[in-house]
Design a protein around this ligand. Structure first.
Ligand SMILES: Nc1nc2c(c(=O)[nH]1)N[C@H]1C(S)=C(S)[C@@H](COP(=O)(O)O)O[C@H]1N2
Ligand SMILES: [Mo]
Length: 406
């Protein structure tokens, strides 16, 4: 999502980022129902009309992908190469998850809710299934929502029903929800056991981390983004503006620096911020001719501040460095540079056949990986069903490692 969309408190749905691990399922409401089973007194099969008989609840909350900002990590990591735009703030409406659980009646020993949407995995890829612990499910702010910004959810954002887990990263906000199974144990599916985990203690950049030291990603970090000016602005007094958010702790302070953090100027916070939503901020800046790196840094009421340097984690989650934004101050708008393409390099046929079936090559082009990392991606993708002949593997890795390198 372009940063310009982050100027408003509520992000318009038309500009809101979309993140799907596979293709968007087209769910027909007449055929859809929500099943609640497992460790419950009374298993349920609910239609949308049934859900709408429960008390309607509305709430404004930020939704941020755990991988937002991943492209800033050094060393580079595979995955969606987000910069600033994997975040938005919307008004969600639906019912409290705990009201649904009350209808079903949790049995003693219930610890986790297994959440499954209508999206279908590709090849042998593991199904996107997530669990949330009962305490988060019972929290009055955790919703099953059918509305986003006053309209029914769009197919991309989870029509007809999705989880809203305020304060937590996007991976828990399961879309196209159709099945809740109550468990008495930790679920060991790929997207809980392997993906969406980070180290419980600081680790050196690039270090391998023992699986037993990896804990699930839950809470968002305190963070801010500069929405305006964009890459270029005329000299003079400029209003620097943007939004800030945290995990449910109100944003208490936003500061701006144009000298790499040597000095800071306080921004004025917008009024009316909500617990989990964006808080707008603005600050005047004397923009002198030249290239500048503007930095915004937010602090929340719990005293958490954006760091100047990130703790590393092996999947590139929850980046929240007070990240410099480059702004060119000049009287005339610069011509837009056209990015050089790797035209002229022959694309191996075996690569096209093996790797451009489930997705196209934008997935590979955005990565900046070492040969060893590309070898690991090959293993992951063949495990998920990519068909690579033994004789072709080296040529494919040669191509990837030479074209899409750090
Ligand atoms: N069923 C299902 N739910 C899902 C996903 C998915 O791939 N399948 N992606 C998750 C991730 S990683 C994020 S960041 C959010 C993104 O929500 P959005 O596309 O509405 O912005 O949805 C989450 N819910
Ligand atoms: Mo995500």
């Amino acid at each position: 999502m372009p940063v310009e969309f982050l100027i408003d408190e509520i992000t318009p749905t038309s500009g809101f980022f979309v993140r799907c691990h596979t293709y968007t399922p087209q769910v027909k409401l007449a055929e859809w129902k929500l099943t609640v089973d497992g460790l419950v007194g009374k298993p349920l099969t609910l239609t949308m009309a049934d859900l709408k008989k429960l008390p309607r609840t509305e709430l404004v909350s930020v939704l941020e992908c755990a991988g937002n900002g991943r492209s800033f990590y050094e060393p580079h990591l595979p995955g969606a190469q987000w910069k600033f735009g994997g975040v938005g703030n919307a008004r969600w409406a639906g019912v409290r998850l705990r009201d649904v659980l009350q209808l079903a009646g949790l049995k003693p020993g219930a610890t986790q809710l297994l959440l499954d949407g209508a999206d279908v995995p590709l090849g042998k890829m593991p199904d996107f299934q997530r669990t949330i612990e009962v305490a988060k499910a019972q929290h009055p702010d955790t919703l099953l929502a059918w509305e986003m910004n006053g309209q029914p959810l769009t197919p991309e954002h989870g029509f007809p029903l999705r989880v809203v887990a305020p304060g937590w990263a996007g991976d828990s906000w399961v879309k196209w929800l159709q099945h809740i199974e109550v468990l008495d144990h930790d679920f060991d599916g790929f997207w809980m056991k392997t993906a969406y985990r980070h180290p419980s203690h600081p680790v050196a950049p690039g270090a391998a981390v023992d699986a037993k030291d990896m804990i699930p990603v839950t809470d968002l970090n305190v963070k801010s983004v500069i929405a305006s000016p964009g890459d270029w602005v005329k000299p003079g007094l400029v209003s620097v503006q943007g939004v800030a958010w945290s995990n449910g702790s109100p944003v208490a302070k936003v500061e701006i620096s144009d000298d790499a953090g040597k000095t800071w100027q306080s921004a004025k916070l917008g009024g009316g911020g909500t617990k989990y939503g964006f808080r707008r901020w603005a600050c005047s800046w004397k923009a002198a001719e030249g290239q500048h790196a503007l930095i915004a840094r937010a602090t929340d009421a719990a005293g958490r501040t954006q760091p100047m340097q990130e703790d590393w984690n092996p999947s590139g989650y929850l980046w929240n460095v007070a990240q410099p934004r480059n702004v060119l101050v000049s009287a005339v708008k610069p011509a837009t540079a056209i990015a050089a393409d790797s035209a002229g390099v022959a694309v191996p046929e075996a690569y096209k056949a093996a790797c451009m079936t489930c997705h196209d090559d934008h997935m590979m082009r955005m990565q900046h990986l070492t040969r060893a990392q590309w070898e690991r991606e090959m293993d992951k993708m063949t495990g998920w069903g990519a068909e690579v002949k033994a004789a072709d593997r080296t040529a494919i890795v040669d191509y990837l490692a030479s074209q899409f390198k750090p």
